[in-house]
Design a protein around this ligand. Sequence first.
Ligand SMILES: Nc1ncnc2c1ncn2[C@@H]1O[C@H](COP(=O)(O)OP(=O)(O)O)[C@@H](O)[C@H]1O
Ligand SMILES: [Mg+2]
Length: 383
Amino acid sequence: MQSNKKVFDMNPFSFGNIVRGDEFYDRTRETELLVSTLTGGNNVVLFAPRRFGKTSLVFKVMEQLESQGVVCVYIDLMATYSLESLVESYVNAVKEKQGRIETFAKNLSKWVKSIRPKVDFGPDGMPSFSVDFENGKADAATVAEVFDLPQHLAQKGKRVVVVIDEFQEITRFHKYGLEGVMRSIIQRQKNVNYIFLGSKTHLMMQMFDSKKRPFYNSGIQVQIGPLPQEDTIRFLQQRFASDGMVIGEEQCKYLIECVGDIPYYIQLLASVLWQRVVTNKHTITNDDIDLCVDDIIGLKGDYYQEQFDKYSERQKSLLKAIAVDGCNIFSSRYIQLHRLAPASTVQKSVAVLTEDGVIEKEGGNHFISDPFLRRYIIAKYGL
Ligand SMILES: Nc1ncnc2c1ncn2[C@@H]1O[C@H](COP(=O)(O)OP(=O)(O)O)[C@@H](O)[C@H]1O
Ligand SMILES: [Mg+2]
């Protein structure tokens, strides 16, 4: 048997995880902009709706920064619901950048007075690390000390970049005033810069654009949109071709259109399409793409209906209207055309749907976050 022969084909499309290496395409300009802004000593605010590729882009940026000797710390606030879990996330992220666990634990007890680092050794002799809190709980003072951990990494001329993903979730800790606490601490830090990433663009804008908020004007704002179409076409064609399948430019454009040009859904649909065609390789047609879209909607139909049914009649009417067209949704022409409630009511519905993540806004237009939900609504209600 030849050792270099593929035994079975692996699906070359990946979605839902951070994409790296040759799975990641384009964003060259954005990568350069972020790297130079950070090395120039400025903070960056990067926002875009979910699934546009923020986290993947930032991992690419961190790779480049690390190759220049910058220490990069990555923290995701999505899963932090308590002060304790916030502290743990921060501490673990910093630990990644330190050498021996035992040395880190010793340092940490000096740096953060109210937590007790613990190092246990498993049966295999491998150390494992955890933290205990005095009185079993963390408070805002502990968190403040933890926010200053990156400064300890920036010793001896080292530069540090801290990435805080899903940064808008810091608002969960509103009652502890953490926004203000963090802002005043990071302002004093030297040789430490930040990237604040966020998916909930309305919350991010409120945090960085409102004069009343601690983070007002505290970073260079960068927004990312869809990936350029010609790059997506090249990527799709190359990936199908390497497994002996042909997809024309028109079919690529059709696929992109079906998913509203959202990077995650491009990969998802391409992956389903690859699976369908790999067993019977032929030149891909729009019918193949339609069948895949139907499959995906078929699988998720009950869930979509449930999601849709939980809204009021007014909210449903707005969802139907946005499914068809999301431009200028507060204009009187739009409201009349789609027979919606007055603009103030539309605004309330938009707030609810945005908060739930069902709709998002990009480049001034509203859209339904999941393009397959959009198509489900259009098909179901004959729009
Ligand atoms: N530059 C890119 N190249 C290829 N695929 C991408 C790119 N950016 C995003 N994707 C696709 O989108 C998915 C979601 O990316 P992610 O970085 O998690 O987005 P976000 O952080 O904005 O939610 C990835 O798993 C991948 O399928
Ligand atoms: Mg992300």
